[in-house]
Design a protein around this ligand. Sequence first.
Ligand SMILES: *Cc1c(COP(=O)(O)O)cnc(C)c1O
Length: 431
Amino acid sequence: MLTPNLSVNAQGHLCIGGADCVTLAEQHGTPLYVMDENMIRQNCRSYQDVLNSECSSGGLICYASKAFSCKEIYRIVDSEGLGTDVVSGGELYTALKAGMPAEKIVFHGNSKSNNELEFAVQSGVGRIVCDNLPELARLNAVAAAQGKVVSVMLRVKPGIDAHTHDFIQTGKIDSKFGFALETGEAEEAVLAATGYANLKLVGLHCHIGSQILDTEPFAEAARVMVRFMDSLREKHAIVLPELNLGGGPGIKYIEADDPKPFGEVIRAILKAMHETCVTLSYPEPFVLFEPGRSIVGGAGLTLYTVMAKKQIPNVRTYVLVDGGMNDNPRYALYQAEYTAVCANRADQPQTERVTLGGKCCESGDLLGENMPLQAVEPDDIVAVLTTGAYNYSMASHYNRNPNAEVVMVADGEPRTIIRRESYEDIIRNDV
Ligand SMILES: *Cc1c(COP(=O)(O)O)cnc(C)c1O
């Protein structure tokens, strides 16, 4: 099985975290997102343990909650000692409502509204990561109006080629995020930030991309950032105490993916940071990481019911399911690959190659093409694996499909953490 929390029971049914997926589909309906709490906690610990044991200057792992945001996930990561990163007022509101301490929240975004900045400052979030010069000015005005001084970091584009898909590569110069290092823009932003009375520049941030399977791009980003911090000290006598190295560690979506264990990724980053600091005699910064996908991605799967199968001779076989791009837009967006398993025939060989089609009125509404699958029939349950990140959080109401339910499994026991939307929910704000 793709991830260690998946198994096949005596009835030939797929199980996640010890819970039978066919039973879950019967009891909760489909489409259904299922997440494994034990795996989420293990993923948190694989980062936390290395940070605790190998980082003398201290640090904070902030779960990047855009991967999956709801009250329960904030409670879980908080109880594991993590903070969180939010990118909107909505995520911030959810995190605060779940009891996440404001000082452990990092507020991101390349185009935050004034309302969001006011909300963030009012809530007392620990750090606000600024993306552009107008935002610095607006944030300073918001902080001044509330009589506060807020801790800010600046998002820097370190120019790292992270060997990943162009769409989700954000550390290069052609990106809408942050200040470029090589053009002098980042240095200018540091000087600008230090000039505002109601902003306290505490450090720098970079995020080089996502689904990165190698450790070296992260290590290189750490070196580049420490060297830049050292140059600020040399030229301007500015010593920044914090460095936020973003998220991005990749996970196993298909058998061919071979991600490094998360502990190894963070170890490589800390080592690169430490060595560069020693070489330059730079004081080791307090370090932040923001893993999102790697905390929740592998811990989730989505269950669908097969509605129909269309075999088009010499062309392809479509297996049509009762969900689609409305609950998982990632294939439609950037051809993200997934593994599928027939949950009620998980003990049978995958003898077919199919296109998994969704229910939305859009030809591009596919969950995958050329996917190995058991010989399924209508009413079978198909599981698409590794959907814990960027699925529920990216869901839409296209075709006015209500959002699916999310069930959390702990030690084989399921509990609903997000209820299925009703038609009444769908028209709630219609006038
Ligand atoms: C998306 C994002 C993350 C999380 O990325 P993952 O690939 O999910 O780990 C972290 N930090 C920032 C700033 C991001 O934009």
